[in-house]
Design a protein around this ligand. Structure first.
Ligand code: ZN
Ligand code: ZN
Ligand code: ZN
Length: 145
């Protein structure tokens, strides 16, 4: 089953119709590189209204079909992902992103809820570093340079 069929099926399961403009947004999303911004999607869906693109992205997010990645320059990127709750390890040199699912934040969140009497709804954790390729490249540059 292709990604588009899988996504269409998930949307249908929750009672969302695939309108022609939603379909164009989905196609644009699936044609993007590993991660992308809403502006990237807007650029490749010229005949779809801005509001429709934003609503579609929100829907995909709510249905856990895309996730959001905060790059270290402050830009918010999206990525197609159906793996549910997870976090990201982001390379600050090349922008490569790895997912990690091990989440040790839960005990902290429980403690925080108890201490503050908040009903905690979500948390966000990104880890930044330099990937092996970028580290090796840097080393080479120093040796050669
Ligand atoms: Zn993700
Ligand atoms: Zn890198
Ligand atoms: Zn977590």
């Amino acid at each position: 089953m292709s990604d588009i069929d899988l996504i269409a099926e998930r949307l249908a399961l929750r009672g969302h119709r695939i309108t022609p403009s939603r379909r164009r947004v989905l196609d644009a999303v699936l044609a993007q590189p590993a991660h992308f911004t809403v502006d990237d999607v807007l650029r490749s869906t010229r005949n779809v209204g801005r509001a429709t693109v934003f609503r579609s992205m929100k829907l995909l997010l709510d249905l856990n079909l895309v996730c959001r990645i905060l790059l270290d320059d402050g830009t918010l990127h999206y990525r197609v992902s159906t793996r549910g709750h997870h976090h990201h390890l982001v390379c600050t040199d090349c922008g490569r992103v790895e997912d990690f699912t091990k989440c040790d934040v839960e005990p902290l969140v429980r403690e925080l809820a108890k201490a503050t009497d908040y009903e905690i709804q979500a948390h966000w954790l990104e880890v930044y570093g330099r990937c092996q390729t970028c580290r090796l490249l840097k080393k080479e540059a120093i040796t050669v340079g």
